[in-house]
Design a protein around this ligand. Sequence first.
Ligand SMILES: NC(=O)c1ccc[n+]([C@@H]2O[C@H](COP(=O)([O-])OP(=O)(O)OC[C@H]3O[C@@H](n4cnc5c(N)ncnc54)[C@H](OP(=O)(O)O)[C@@H]3O)[C@@H](O)[C@H]2O)c1
Length: 250
Amino acid sequence: MTIAIITGSSRGIGKAAALECAKRGIGIIATYNSHKPGADELVHAIESQGGKAVALSLDVGKAETFAAFAERVGETLASYWGRTNFDFLVNNAGFGAFNRIEDVTSDAFDRLMAVHLKGPFFLTQALLPRMKDGGAIVNLSSATVRVATAGVAPYAAFKGGIEALTRYMAKEFGERRIRVNAVAPGAIRTDLADGALDKNPEFAALLASQTALGRVGEPEDVGRVIASLLSEESGWINAQTIEVAGGYMI
Ligand SMILES: NC(=O)c1ccc[n+]([C@@H]2O[C@H](COP(=O)([O-])OP(=O)(O)OC[C@H]3O[C@@H](n4cnc5c(N)ncnc54)[C@H](OP(=O)(O)O)[C@@H]3O)[C@@H](O)[C@H]2O)c1
């Protein structure tokens, strides 16, 4: 059994990716930050379908905790799977915030950077020694890198950073045959940005009208692509950003 660590899998895209990976026989180390019940529910759902999963707590905004997290991963691998290494990492955890550039505070900027850019960088660094050669990493970007969307400037800038980082990771980790790709979702119906799509049906309708396939995305639309990028069927895809947005603003 291969094993994937998926950050922020207590809900939304991370949870959908975990369920899709588990369906394909991958063991899951899920992480949660504030929503342990969501992660427990995920573990239960996977186990009830005959899969294997465990949930660990992790704040991706706190790089100083990553060494201890890597230790816990090591212990978990040994006790649940009798292994010393894992195969896949999905840097998915994230949050949204709407503010025009003139209203962004230094603190808000730093929080977004810590979770969306510094976190994935140093978490990957901390976990890399335990990652199996020939494995794969998927980083979550956003279609807002391509389509400038008023109100999300720092978020989109850090997602742009993750796309550059994806190519650099692919370059350096290629020596170990580790593939690294990014997925850039369009508007997906999740709790991101306080569930903006569900709370504001007019906004969701506008986004759907700007999408060639005529709807906003669901977490499963992205989860399937993440699972596919980790698998051997995508074995020759490397250093790419794949937009998963149904043809948004084309
Ligand atoms: N939804 C969209 O339209 C969309 C579009 C483009 C890109 N994305 C990206 O897709 C990824 C997943 O977003 P989503 O839409 O699935 O959001 P979501 O439903 O709000 O879920 C976010 C997940 O990230 C976790 N998380 C948030 N802050 C964290 C932190 N500081 N440390 C660790 N975990 C943290 C949450 O954990 P807890 O619940 O346990 O707190 C949760 O599991 C993000 O990187 C986001 O930027 C989303």
